[in-house]
Design a protein around this ligand. Structure first.
Ligand SMILES: Nc1nc2c(c(=O)[nH]1)N[C@H]1C(S)=C(S)[C@@H](COP(=O)(O)O)O[C@H]1N2
Ligand SMILES: [Mo]
Length: 388
């Protein structure tokens, strides 16, 4: 097992050296040379904010979050999807070809944010990958609607949850152990944008992102979007697979004091992610000439909701100006914002961005609600600007 500390030492040598280091498995990092790796086993890497400036996130810039080891094979030939479970009327298996030909294909841009994005800012600190701002993506996903598959197999009236199973391997090496098996309630499964996808940005899903088949449920914590999908189970209860219980992807049902110990029975499953935004241009640390305005842009998203208004501040939140905000290309896609910030004197500034959703809920300026695993930090993003 590579510890965080030994990885930091290796990372200082550069990603290429990590690959060459003795005793380490080949790392897929070279396909993402610009990401910041948080761990190698399992592989976790986040995206610097300025690399998320594209309208839709390209594969080289998409963060990677793995709970286990990659599958031994992601060969699409022979890959299938079994649908079963207590609440499934007609369990059956679909080949990839059957999924493509027997159902209508749909494409949606879907925001996937890891529930732990922003974890690094919690105090007292919490264990887990110390994501800063880069565990979010919005790519265009193509596949069949999960709802259409559920219609095809039929559900009993007591269906509650749709659970996923992936082909990744447990860190222990035990082939019988499931790495992670989460899912979504039936209502979320039946939303038109919830997909069983085989393509990302019009290409086969890269192996790192769950190819050849993946569940994608935008707007919810990334952990519901199961990679390397080979089985769906329609459950007659809230799914109880690995990482559904305890402190995993759950937060205290009632707010707690920072550092509190919270018993598992007082934890509730995270559903839609809160409103958030990211400045993707310019990169933090930019030098800007006083004479002209600074063009600022980025993306904003709000879980199941739309972002309604966007604000920028260059004085630590004392005054705010409206920024222009585009409509999403579809529900659950992030939205582009852009504005111009003017400075009257040279010096060091921070530009802050603050999104507000269509229910009037805005991002907090400080880290909100401490919780034992450091989920749901949607505090305002800020960049440093040196005006000369
Ligand atoms: N099979 C499987 N699916 C998974 C995971 C995993 O470890 N195994 N990680 C989940 C988590 S926590 C996140 S945030 C997203 C990350 O997706 P990405 O690596 O494609 O960015 O995948 C989710 N799906
Ligand atoms: Mo995640």
């Amino acid at each position: 097992m590579v510890t965080r500390r030994s990885f930091a030492a290796l990372a200082a040598l550069g990603a290429g050296s990590v690959l060459a280091a003795p005793g380490l498995p080949p790392s897929p990092l070279p396909t993402k040379p610009l990401l910041r790796a948080l761990s190698v086993l399992p592989l976790n890497a986040e995206t610097p904010a300025h690399l998320l400036d594209e309208p839709f996130t390209s594969a080289p810039h998409m963060f990677v979050r793995n709970n286990g080891l990659l599958p031994t094979s992601t060969d699409p030939s022979g890959w299938g999807l079994n649908i079963d479970g207590e609440a499934c009327l007609r369990p059956r298996r679909f080949s990839l070809a059957e999924l493509r030909t027997q159902f209508e294909a749909h494409t949606y841009a879907l925001t996937i944010e890891c529930g732990g994005n922003g974890r690094a800012e919690f105090h007292p600190p919490v264990p887990g990958n110390q994501w800063t701002t880069g565990a979010v993506s919005c790519a265009r996903w193509t596949g069949v609607r999960l709802g259409d598959l559920l219609n095809a197999v039929g559900m009993t009236s007591d269906a509650v949850y749709v659970a996923y199973y992936g082909r990744d391997r447990h860190l222990s090496g035990d082939p019988a152990k499931v790495v992670i098996s989460r899912g979504v309630p039936v209502a979320k499964a039946e939303q038109p944008e919830t997909l069983v996808a085989w393509a990302m940005n019009d290409a086969p899903i890269p192996p790192l992102h769950g190819g050849p088949l993946r569940l994608v449920a935008g707007g919810w914590p990334g952990s519901v979007s199961g990679k390397w999908l080979h089985r769906l189970a329609i459950r007659d209860r809230v799914h109880d697979g690995p990482k559904m219980g305890g402190h995993s992807y759950r937060v205290p049902c009632e707010p707690v004091q920072p550092g509190a110990e919270v018993p598992a029975e007082e934890m509730c499953i995270i559903e839609a992610m809160p409103v958030k935004s990211l400045i993707t241009h310019p990169a933090s640390g930019v030098r800007h000439r006083l004479a002209g305005p600074l063009a600022v842009r980025g993306h904003a998203w709000a879980g199941e909701r739309a972002v309604a208004r966007m604000f920028l501040s260059a004085d630590y939140g004392q005054t705010w100006q409206r920024a222009a905000l585009d409509e999403p290309v579809n529900r659950l896609a992030w939205q582009r914002f852009h504005g111009e910030v003017r400075f009257t004197r040279p010096g060091y500034y921070e530009v802050w961005a603050r999104a507000e959703d269509d229910h009037g809920v805005a991002q907090p300026m400080l880290v909100p609600g401490w919780n034992p695993k450091g989920y749901l930090n949607n505090a305002c993003h800020r960049i440093a600007v040196q005006v000369v």
